[in-house]
Write a protein that binds this ligand. Structure first.
Ligand code: G
Ligand code: MN
Length: 214
């Protein structure tokens, strides 16, 4: 059956998981700033499958670190094709921030792929922060010591967003696409986005708008 454990394991065996690259553009200059690395499953039978259809199952069978490893390895191969300062942003599942072995593994993958960790950012959702904050802080600190940046993903959708912003040493704020997509038609969404940009500026964070598609 599609997306059951055996099918996912088969997908890993066949190396069917691959990164898609979503451009990040600096609004002020129009320059390409980097890419978000998004997992896709190039399924033998169903073709390209979006992450919301397989990430929960990959997490459940304990393969999310393996998925991240493959995304990083494949993305780092593209590293030499990126402009000098362009960055890569990779999504982490909440549980991965509680894995104290992640920083050392990441360092090894980056060294092997010849990619500078100063050009890598990790995106975390707010739910990463509720389970074991002291441990998440340790892992976050180690990641930052390696040079990585941390982004708070989907900002504005969880509860206690502002408190989470203080909980970890974030460098970036990503405004949830639900606000951005409705910005051109809903005044309230515009106000919210403006307020989040202001918040980012006050806190010295880079603010990214998700979901700009037109
Ligand atoms: O469909 P779309 O590419 O917009 O989905 C993006 C979302 O899917 C990300 O914000 C993230 O939540 C999830 N996602 C995509 N790639 C990965 C990945 O490699 N690891 C994890 N944990 N989540 C991912
Ligand atoms: Mn993201």
């Amino acid at each position: 059956m599609f997306c059951d454990d055996a099918d996912i394991r088969r997908g890993f065996d066949e190396d069917e998981f691959l990164p898609f690259f979503q451009p990040l553009v600096e609004l002020r200059t129009g320059q390409l700033a980097g890419f978000e690395v998004l997992a896709r499953w190039n399924h033998a039978q169903f073709g390209i499958v979006a992450p919301d259809h397989f990430i929960p199952a990959v997490e459940k069978i304990g393969c999310i670190n393996e998925l991240t490893r493959r995304m990083l390895e494949k993305a780092f191969i593209a590293g030499p094709m990126l402009a000098g300062s362009a960055t890569l942003s990779v999504n982490l599942s909440p549980m991965q921030l509680l894995d104290v072995t992640l920083p050392a593994k990441l360092e090894a993958i980056a060294a092997h792929g010849g990619f500078s960790l100063h050009r890598l950012a990790f995106e975390l959702t707010e739910s990463a922060l509720v389970d074991d904050l002291p441990k998440a802080r340790l892992v976050a600190r180690d990641l930052k010591q390696l040079g990585c940046r941390l982004a708070l993903d989907d900002f504005g959708t969880g509860y206690s967003s502002l408190r989470h912003l203080q909980a970890l040493p974030f460098d970036e704020l990503k405004v949830d696409k639900s606000f951005v997509l409705t910005m051109t038609t809903a005044r309230e969404s515009r106000k919210i986005v403006a307020a989040v940009v202001g918040l980012g500026q006050s806190l010295g964070l880079t603010t990214t708008a998700e979901g700009v598609e037109t």
